[in-house]
Design a protein around this ligand. Structure first.
Ligand SMILES: NC(=O)CC[C@H](N)C(=O)O
Length: 523
């Protein structure tokens, strides 16, 4: 994700805080917060985003060398700010169904079982996490006139209420107003809103200042009687009904979205089309790496999941197969083998196909992955796919850095910028290898000398790197696609698309929300 390097004028037009909570996960909280951030930033308000606790595998590296949830990095961009760890002081990254890595103020602290941060034994964790959350929040209050806060999941999960820091528990300590968003597309919107409110304590109920109905399609006049009823029943205003936004391309934090149907690509000659498959293992991470490929009109982009993987023994139509990042490389590698994907990958290579490995995917392509301390899973060592001459050891110290430099492929070069986020350290087991990336600077500009990264196999079929976000840079993306066999010179500038989409979202909010009432709630 690129960092816009300009500062906003400090305007005291609006000051205070607003927390957006949702009736469910995916109700639209992150998007509403991002849109409000852009809308207020555009109006000259000195605004910052905040999410006390996030649970996600898709994180972004911050300017202060930590990591935060992807949604908060997007919201920071909406505010025209570089991502900072204070925007998301607690991040839980699940590495199995019951355990997660706990990141506090951007740094991995420990790995805990779920009951240690949600259940009755979670006191210790919650005290520590709340202290970190409030430290960050107070810092933001001092630096910004407005903080727009995102809750997590639903505030009505009564089993998780004790010591909650993600929803009402935070709102009560921080004493901030709350609005609740609900998704009408899935149905049951009135029951969701009324039910959520009913399950809150009286002081929490008083804190809820209004509702937003999201993803509405159809005739608004048919909805009006329901809105009138809801307002009369709850004595709280509906601040707006937001339309279903088709083709809203903003970095999705959790959802994996396949390529939008592109009627144009079907009519293009095969040299101007590239078929790309990304393998989805259970702990895939940083899938936003692929947004520029998903949106590229000359790419047929697909995720291969356990469910979508047909019973065929090869992936016949793929030009490129990508092994993405992973939060649990050894377990995901074992999953690949269980699915027979390792065999299909080798068949694909035998047929002359290309393979790209990113971070965890790069490690899997090597000879060995050793986790002697049990950083990601039970301690142990796994044999890699044996396609690249590297071995990897997972270490306690995690590399978290934004990088820039040059990519050299097929006697051409292109600038790139991106980020590294990994515990693994890889060593070459052969000396005569081609390393195509030269990293010339980290974001803090402290790196004095060039560091080489990644690898192109001698047969030119495999390209691998530790750097995420490589496709975000149009020139680097084009060079890689050319290496993969695409003759088209079409380039996608994801940063420009992101800007357009944030402005589009802000326009929609401005048109559909009662901004005067909302500003009254904030102040
Ligand atoms: N982002 C990634 O793919 C990380 C790979 C691996 N889990 C590591 O930490 O080294």
């Amino acid at each position: 994700m690129s960092l816009p390097h300009f500062t906003l004028p400090t305007a005291d037009l609006l000051s205070g805080a607003l927390m957006v909570q949702g009736t469910t996960s995916d109700a639209g909280k992150s998007t509403l917060v991002a849109g409000l951030c852009r809308l207020f930033a555009r109006q000259g308000v000195n605004v910052a985003p905040f999410k006390p606790q996030n649970m996600a595998l898709n994180s972004a590296v911050t300017i202060d060398g930590g990591e935060i949830g992807r949604a908060q990095a997007l919201q920071a961009i909406a505010c025209q700010l570089p991502p900072h760890t204070d925007f998301n002081p607690v991040l839980l990254k699940p590495s199995s169904d019951t355990g997660a890595q706990v990141i506090i103020h951007g740094k991995a602290l420990t790995t805990l079982e779920a009951k240690a941060f949600f259940g009755p034994e979670s006191r210790g964790y919650k005290t520590l996490a709340l202290a970190a959350v409030m430290q960050s929040y107070r810092r933001l209050q001092q630096q910004y006139s407005l903080v727009v806060i995102e809750g997590a999941g639903s505030p009505a999960e009564i089993n998780l209420r004790d010591g909650d820091i993600a929803n009402m528990g935070f709102a009560e300590v921080a004493d901030c107003p709350v609005i609740i968003i609900a998704d009408i597309d899935k149905g049951g919107v009135f029951a969701h809103l009324v039910g959520t409110l009913a399950l809150l304590s009286p002081s929490e109920q008083a804190r809820v200042k209004g509702f937003v109905i999201n993803r509405f399609r159809g005739d608004i006049s048919l909805l009006q009687p329901g809105i009138d009823w809801l307002e009369a029943y709850t004595q709280k205003p509906v601040l707006g009904v937001l339309p279903y936004l088709h083709d809203l391309h903003l970095d999705a934090e959790d959802a994996l979205i396949d390529s939008p149907q592109n009627p144009l690509s079907a009519t293009l000659p095969t040299t101007q089309r590239l078929s790309v498959l990304v393998l989805v293992y259970p702990r895939i991470s940083n899938h936003t790496d692929f947004d520029p490929l998903r949106l590229h009109p000359h790419i047929d982009f697909h995720y291969v999941t356990m469910q979508s993987d047909a019973s065929s023994t090869v992936w016949p139509n793929a030009d490129v197969i990508i092994l993405p990042g992973s939060k649990n490389v050894r377990a995901d590698l074992a999953f690949m083998r269980q699915q027979g994907w390792d065999i299909k990958l080798k068949t694909h290579l035998r047929y002359g196909g290309k393979v790209i490995g990113i971070c965890g995917g790069y490690q899997m392509l090597g000879e060995l992955i050793d986790d002697p301390l049990g950083i990601e899973d039970i301690a142990g060592c796994s044999k890699g796919l044996g396609l690249l001459p590297i071995t990897t050891v997972l270490t306690v110290s995690k590399t978290l850095t934004q990088v820039r430099g040059h990519l050299r492929l097929q006697h051409q070069q292109a600038e790139f910028s991106g980020y590294e986020i990994h515990c693994g350290e890889s060593s070459l087991t052969q000396s005569d290898v081609t390393q195509p990336l030269s990293i010339e600077q980290d974001a803090q500009q402290t790196m004095p000398i060039t560091k080489l990264d990644g690898m192109v196999s001698n047969d030119q079929q495999i390209l691998a790197t530790y750097v995420h976000g490589l496709f975000d840079h149009p020139a680097a993306c084009q060079l890689i696609l050319q290496w993969a066999g695409l003759a088209s010179h079409h380039a996608i500038d994801i940063n420009q698309i992101r800007e357009q989409q944030l402005n589009r979202l802000a326009d929609v909010l401005e048109a559909h929300l009662d901004m005067n009432t909302l500003k009254g709630i904030i102040s």
